[in-house]
Design a protein around this ligand. Structure first.
Ligand SMILES: Cc1ncc(COP(=O)(O)O)c(C=O)c1O
Length: 388
């Protein structure tokens, strides 16, 4: 057996999502907030376009890195919405953003190369780096400093083996967006270290609140050549099950990633790509979903913050409540298990994202509003019971 894989951790979010599904078989009242899955249906025009393509017989191999209409649409979107000028020939359509990250990391790293991850971080970066033979280097962002990126933290981690830095904004799990001064820090870092690529995971980029806007490092001309932008349709267009994502990068990274793609995937499904083309005409639907997430955020986080010993900074983007606890004698795992048993609410322990300093949990608020309200009230009742 491959030793690298036998040592790899399973995806914690998939483990907790499965656990919620198992519990729901005997107790349908269990509320699963562990995954990151919009409860909305994919907008109709996307599904209709895919069905049309299917009935027209678009069911064969579609040789290439993505159908031209879709790659053109992505290039236009990146240009107009994100300020990223990317040749459509350097856009690779992938099965989800996750696979785009997998391909890009494999394209960039050699055995033993180091890749910096900023904790708390999404659960799959570390295993993907390890699968590519790379060495994950964790930079712990400080919760007391609102998880801000600092030059000192990056410089303490960089070595002559560093080839990659991965950032993710809007962030899963913290909900922070990238601020202009932090983008300046990243740009200066890349300029000081010309052998380092930046992978910018922007899968939540359309889900931002309070009129704020997500920043793209690929829009900074001085470093754009070394920025790999990853995005997709799962989160912003409620298309998780379609497995549609993409990466936009320089020619060198594209060519390496596309080779691995040819030998592992061959191509994406044609009829699904024809559906995804329609996503660029769904601005209203995307905005409607975003606005509902904002209402849910306000309600859910509002109830959580009314609980003594519970603190949640209002997320600026994505759809996660990142909760810190000050509950005597309980760490992240203990609180997570307690809420699972007592409140019948399944969330994720903060340790899954590398937060060990403060007891914490992540809850998705991409569920139905009434379900979220019930979950928040049950959490409140369960925590209050601890003080009795
Ligand atoms: C930060 C982050 N990046 C990438 C992904 C991958 O999403 P998908 O493969 O569905 O596009 C996820 C999904 O949960 C995520 O949270």
């Amino acid at each position: 057996m491959n030793e690298k894989l036998s040592q790899m951790k399973p995806s914690a979010s998939l483990v907790f999502m499965t656990r919620a599904k198992e519990m729901q078989k005997t107790d349908p009242g269990v509320i699963g907030l562990a995954g990151g899955e919009p409860d909305f249906a994919t907008p109709d025009r996307i599904s209709m376009a895919a069905m049309r393509a299917l009935t027209e017989g678009d069911t064969h191999y579609v040789v290439g890195p993505g159908i031209p209409e879709l790659r053109k649409g992505i290039a236009k979107k990146l240009r107009e919405e994100n300020g990223i000028i990317c040749d459509e020939n350097c856009i690779l359509v992938t099965p989800g953003g996750k696979n785009a990250i997998y391909l890009a990391v494999h394209a960039i790293l050699n055995e033993g190369d180091e890749a910096i991850i900023l904790d708390p971080a999404w659960v799959s970066y570390e295993p993907i780096i390890q699968a590519a033979g790379g060495v994950p280097v964790h930079v712990k962002l400080d919760n007391r400093n609102d998880y801000r990126i600092t030059e000192a933290a990056l410089e303490a981690a960089v070595t002559d083996k560093t080839r990659l830095l991965i950032v993710n904004y809007p962030n899963n799990p913290t909900g922070r967006i990238l601020h202009e001064d932090e983008a300046d820090v990243l740009e200066a870092f890349l300029l000081r270290h010309p052998g380092v690529y930046l992978l910018s995971d922007e899968v939540y980029e359309r889900i931002v609140y309070d009129g704020k806007q997500s920043l793209s490092m690929g829009a900074r001309p001085a470093v754009a050549e070394r920025v790999v932008t990853v995005n997709g349709f799962s989160k912003s267009v409620a298309m998780t099950g379609w497995r549609m994502g993409y990466l936009a990068c320089c020619k060198e990274v594209f060519q390496a990633a596309y080779k691995l793609y040819q030998h592992s995937l061959s191509c994406m499904s044609g009829f699904m790509q024809r559906g995804a083309v329609e996503a660029f005409k769904c601005q209203r639907e995307i905005e409607d979903m975003r606005a509902i997430y904002e209402q849910r955020r306000n309600m859910f986080v509002g109830i959580l913050n009314s609980i003594p010993g519970v603190h949640c900074t209002l997320p600026e983007g994505a759809f996660y409540a990142w909760v810190h606890y000050d509950v005597k004698g309980m760490d992240s795992a203990a609180i997570c298990e307690y809420l699972l048993e007592k409140a019948r609410v399944v969330g994720m322990p903060g340790t899954a994202y590398g937060e060990y300093d403060v007891p914490s949990m992540r809850f998705s608020f991409a569920n139905a509003t009434d379900e979220l309200e019930t979950a928040a009230n049950r959490i409140k009742e369960a925590i209050l019971a601890l003080y009795k």
